[in-house]
Write a protein that binds this ligand. Structure first.
Ligand code: BG6
Length: 496
């Protein structure tokens, strides 16, 4: 059989998940709540997470809504079943497995001086098991998982103290796992903080506007840029710590690259300039984290929005000295920019970016109700654009498709997932031929997990079915789908 799309010899084929979408055990072994524990879907609940504000004491506290189901509290019980899951994934021949460390397992409140040994031991055992199954652990330090106490008591990343808390956490885990983990990344999809300040940005408004209907109405642009600045410094300090404590490891920045694939709807100059501005909302993050300095265009934006984030000169030195070793990206879709079109949030799920005017050249979307445009060529475009701009190795740490699947006990046949996989891999292969240095390709959710955006189980990304339903029922048993065997073949052939 001839292989058309080939990949480098040491290409990291793998899968990716996050602690909060899989582990469950949300209050086990000393862990306390984190940001996603109070959200029944970070897209759906972005404006009203389960916290309440008391204007008398001007303080926040956890306040779960008893009418909502917080699926992540049990997840897919990965905390207790990871051995079975990793054995299944290793059966596909996966060479890498990405997950996050849940910060609140290590520092339950976030501001303690000493870490929680039970949490550290859990990740020691988990990483040993990943390695035992022939996979490279790829670890995210913060995947929408800020300890809730840091939000309710410090207002999160708008507070400069967060840099100290994060650096302490990063140093503890980098040192502890230095012989086990080679690939680290700091904040998952940091550029999602525009639409999800609470989950992706990990910060709360300084005070609540009495007229605000939603918590989100009280956020200011200045808070956003202040939080981003503190996260930039913290991210650079994590890179520094990685170089000092784990010299054989690398520490990357991570963004959702879907908004980089924003196309001008037409050659109308207003569409072109609008597209430039829209894409800069993402480049702003990578320009700082990969080039080590604030881009020139931000000055005008801050002037016009009356933003004056506090930036110390020593911060700028840290940012310039410790830039990301590589760039990790997720990619799900593209969108268009049309100057007179009002951009809408993606259907119920802010994770994928914004919905522009429908692109008439794209014929397919993911199934209803999610309907994300399917655009594999957009991935080649993104990989080239990011390579041209930063000249860094790129790690594709998320790509996948969520399908609503049911089974009466028979193996699920999922040709739609196989088609999506092959179409995107073909474009990764093209990008490699274009000269992009791609470290690996990790499928998002190799086993079914809780959706970040909508908090559902029925939005299934997995090659492995997990029997858990949205009403909480299901015996949690795992069963490979047909796509499991196709991905296995592709990995075996190192191409297809
Ligand atoms: C990415 C996130 O935005 O998209 C993941 O990093 C998330 O956490 C994934 O699960 C897919 O989004 P969703 O909303 O379909 O789970």
């Amino acid at each position: 059989m001839s292989i058309k799309n080939t990949f480098p010899k040491d290409f990291l084929w793998g899968g990716a998940v996050a602690a909060n979408q899989t582990e469950g055990a949300w209050l086990t072994d000393g862990k306390l709540p984190n940001s996603t524990d109070v959200m029944a879907g970070i897209g759906l609940d972005a404006k009203q997470p389960g916290i309440s504000y008391d204007p008398v004491t001007d303080s926040f506290s956890m306040h779960l809504d008893e009418n909502k189901k917080y699926m992540s509290h049990e997840g897919i019980d990965f905390y207790h079943r990871y051995k079975e899951d990793l054995a299944l994934l290793s059966g596909m021949g996966l060479k890498a497995f990405r997950t996050s460390i849940s910060w609140a397992r290590i520092f339950p409140k976030g501001d303690e001086k000493e870490p929680n040994e039970a949490g550290l031991q859990f990740y020691d055992d988990l990483f040993d098991e990943i390695i035992k199954n022939g996979m490279e652990p790829v670890i995210t330090l913060s995947h929408y998982e800020t300890p809730l106490h840091l939000l309710t008591h410090y207002r999160g990343w708008i507070n400069r103290d967060m840099i100290t808390f994060f650096e302490r956490y990063a140093r503890v885990v980098l040192d502890r796992y230095k012989d086990k983990v080679k690939y680290w990344m700091t904040f998952n999809e940091i550029n999602n903080m525009y639409q999800m300040p609470f989950a992706a940005g990990g910060y709360l408004p300084r005070s609540i506007d009495p007229k605000a209907v939603y918590l989100a109405d009280s956020y200011t642009e200045n808070d956003l840029y202040q939080a981003a600045h503190h996260m930039f410094v913290a991210s650079s300090l994590a890179v520094k710590a990685c170089h000092e404590l784990a010299p054989n490891s690398v520490c990357g920045a991570m963004i959702t690259s879907s908004p980089v694939a924003t196309y001008p709807y037409s050659c109308n100059p207003d569409d072109i300039l609008g597209t430039m501005d829209a894409r800069r909302k993402t480049f702003f993050f990578t320009d700082v984290m990969c080039q080590g300095k604030y881009p020139k265009y931000i000055k005008r934006i801050w002037e016009e929005k009356d933003c004056q984030p506090e930036i110390l000169s020593e911060d700028l030195k840290i940012i310039s000295q410790y830039t990301a070793d590589y760039l990790a990206i997720s990619y799900y879709r593209s969108s268009t920019y049309k100057s007179d079109f009002i951009i809408k949030d993606a259907s119920g799920s802010l994770t994928s970016g914004a919905n522009g005017e429908i692109n008439p050249y794209l014929k397919e979307t993911t199934p209803e109700p999610w309907c994300w445009p399917i655009d594999p060529k957009g991935l080649r475009y993104v990989l080239n654009e990011l390579t041209d701009r930063y000249q860094l190795p790129i790690f594709m740490v998320e790509n996948g498709v969520g399908l609503d699947e049911k089974t009466n006990g028979e193996m699920i046949d999922d040709p739609q997932r196989v088609k999506y996989l092959e179409a995107h891999l073909e474009q990764v292969s093209e990008a490699i031929k274009d000269g992009c240095d791609i470290l690996g390709y990790l499928w998002w959710g190799p086993m079914d997990i809780v959706s970040a955006g909508t908090g559902e189980m029925r939005k299934r990304y997995g090659f492995v079915y997990v029997n858990r339903q949205d009403d909480g029922s299901g015996d949690l048993h795992r069963a490979p789908k047909k796509s499991y065997y196709r991905f296995k073949e592709i990995i075996e052939m190192n191409g297809f």
